[in-house]
Design a protein around this ligand. Structure first.
Ligand code: ZN
Ligand code: ZN
Length: 301
């Protein structure tokens, strides 16, 4: 039996080290969460729009044909070299179909600036789209494309979520870099403390690109692995199931969301509904350790 790296007794049923995304429900659930968070929120219009974007991601994923999974040679190579099986720097060409579908669905109902970006994306040639995707996936997206980037990211999430969801979880392995996704090598958007029989109170990091989750210990910095100088912060009186976990060793932070405080919590949506918490820890000098790709242009990254 696999031993747990947690300090307490392992649960009776073995806890899953990896939770692969379910493409039939993931984006629909996120759409509902954005819609719920939008009510009475100071950024309600934006969150409601992101809910419609998540719905368009759901529809695009359902319309997507089954994409080819990595072949046996790639899987064997990944296993030998502790590399992720999916290559996030080489999205399948179908991501552009997902993008055009999302753009077509959203444009009519989008705020003016977003509508211009969506129309430009829908009308653009493959070469420009591929340049945008390459820049975004390399973390070097040009600032002048900021308005287009959330939609590029949304389409890339669709294809990588379908691929990740069809991998064999039992064939995955921890990578040398503990802080990155074991399916696609991307940075996490946040971590989530889950409820449910075999995984109750376990913490998982949630991939910013493919929505895979992987188990990590609690009270340990998810960026540097240190456990001495980790602290949790929340907005006073906020009443939200979201905290920021900061680390004084590496001066980084990432949010952590708690399903026992709200079962509907979503790492991507709840992150964007709590930007005040980012401001709080930014002002205290901490750097965020993983992106939220739906915000990446707005952050000027
Ligand atoms: Zn991933
Ligand atoms: Zn750290």
């Amino acid at each position: 039996m696999q031993t747990s790296n947690l300090a307490f007794q392992p649960p009776a049923e073995e806890a899953a080290p990896y939770l692969l995304p379910d493409g039939s429900t993931l984006f629909a659930g996120r759409a509902d969460r954005f819609a719920a968070l939008a009510g009475g929120h100071s950024l309600g219009d934006w969150l409601a729009f992101l809910g419609r974007l998540s719905r368009a991601q759901h529809d695009a994923l359902q319309a997507l044909p089954e994409l080819p999974l990595p072949d046996a040679a790639r899987l064997a190579q990944a296993k030998t070299h502790a590399m992720p099986p999916l290559d996030a720097s080489a999205p399948p060409a179908a991501w552009r179909d997902a993008l055009r579908r999302i753009a077509g669905q959203l444009a009519a109902d989008a705020p003016a600036a977003a509508r211009r970006a969506l129309e430009a994306l829908a009308a653009s040639d493959d070469a420009w789209l591929d340049r945008l995707a390459a820049g975004l996936l390399a973390g070097e997206a040009p600032a002048e494309d900021a308005a287009e980037l959330p939609f590029v990211a949304a389409a890339l999430q669709v294809v990588f979520t379908q691929l990740a969801g069809r991998l064999d979880a039992s064939a995955l392995q921890p990578l040398d870099a503990a802080g990155v996704c074991p399916c696609c090598g991307s940075a996490p958007v946040a971590s989530i403390v889950r409820i449910g029989s075999a995984i109750a109170n376990l913490r998982y990091l949630h991939c910013s690109l493919c929505n895979t989750e992987w188990n990590v210990p609690r009270a340990v910095c998810t960026a540097c692995g240190g456990d001495k100088d980790v602290a949790l912060h929340e907005i006073e009186g906020g009443g939200q199931p979201v905290r920021a976990e900061t680390c004084d060793s590496c001066q980084s932070y990432l949010k952590i969301v708690y399903q026992d405080k709200d079962p509907q919590v979503d790492p991507v949506a709840d992150d964007l509904a709590t930007l005040a918490l980012d401001l709080l820890v930014d002002e205290a000098g901490y750097q965020r350790s993983g992106p939220n790709l739906l915000l990446i242009g707005a952050q000027g990254e």
